[in-house]
Design a protein around this ligand. Structure first.
Ligand code: ZN
Ligand code: FE
Ligand code: FE
Ligand code: ZN
Length: 268
């Protein structure tokens, strides 16, 4: 019997200025890959459009929603979620609540990219920042912000849990002590974490999060989702076989999907 693939809840659109392909192309690709459900979670706008150059402008938010609804209409055989990948930055809570109220989102992914005012940890242009900072301090700030994101109650999912490893900066051993409080918080606030396969396409060559973190997440009762973080149609559902294998290896049998910000359990 064919195994059912989990929903792919993390993908982008060209509105963020670093992705290719229209939502309808992602949707068609998803069907071809055997998926039954996807969700768009493009980089959300900031109150100031010049905040950085890798997200939609605020005046494009309606266009984003229209594109996703258009894909729903054009590819009726697929369930398509409407979501955002929102940057969690301490102090942005009011802005995020404002965004959340603007459209009927199915879920919001809370991601930490910014570990300081100007340093997005996944920005290849900012790689030299690592030379000026203590790695333990960087990971501490990162996980601390993620914990605040979980506690905020603003998000259904925490994005790419160990993103700072993207370029190969694995957490130093002393960082293990940071996993437990973060995962306990995620469990307590029922904020799912995603198995994000984009890490396999980066220098770290690993799914986010690591097996070690995922094992602990399972022990703590943290819920999971799956996401390709596709920035092009051919990346939809990419490496899901590997992600499923990892999830099963640490004891997961169910993942989450969301509709109108309500959570449902899916066996995979
Ligand atoms: Zn992106
Ligand atoms: Fe991200
Ligand atoms: Fe993303
Ligand atoms: Zn992402």
């Amino acid at each position: 019997m064919a195994m059912s693939l989990p929903p792919d809840l993390h993908m982008h659109t060209p509105l963020c200025r670093h992705a290719q392909g229209e939502p309808v192309d992602y949707a068609r690709r998803a069907l071809a890959a055997g998926l039954t459900e996807i969700g768009f979670s493009d980089h959300s706008p900031m109150p100031q459009d010049d905040f950085d150059n890798w997200r939609m402008r605020l005046d494009q938010l309606d266009e984003y929603v229209d594109k996703v609804l258009h894909a729903r209409h054009e590819v009726p055989g697929l369930t398509i979620g409407l979501a955002l990948e929102v940057d969690y930055i301490p102090g942005h809570e009011e802005w995020i609540r404002d965004l959340a109220a603007r459209h009927p989102w199915d879920y919001l992914i809370g991601s930490v990219h910014y570990v300081s005012e100007a340093w997005a940890i996944d920005d290849p242009q900012k790689l030299s920042e690592w030379k000026h900072r203590d790695p333990h301090e960087v990971w501490s700030v990162y996980f601390d912000r993620l914990k605040m994101a979980a506690q905020s109650g603003l998000f259904e999912i925490l994005g790419h849990l160990d993103l700072p490893k993207k370029f190969g900066h694995q957490p130093p051993p002393g960082c293990r002590a940071l996993y437990e409080p973060l995962l306990e918080t995620a469990a307590k606030f029922q904020c799912a974490i995603e198995l994000n396969t984009a890490g396999l396409r980066k220098d770290c060559k690993e799914i986010y999060p690591s097996r070690e973190i995922l094992e602990l997440a399972r022990k703590k009762g943290v819920l999971i989702t799956f996401g390709s973080d596709a920035h092009a149609p051919e990346e939809v559902g990419m490496n899901f076989g590997e992600a499923i294998q990892l999830a099963k290896a640490v004891g997961y049998e169910d993942c989450c999907r969301f509709e109108g910000r309500k959570r449902f359990s899916v066996r995979f």
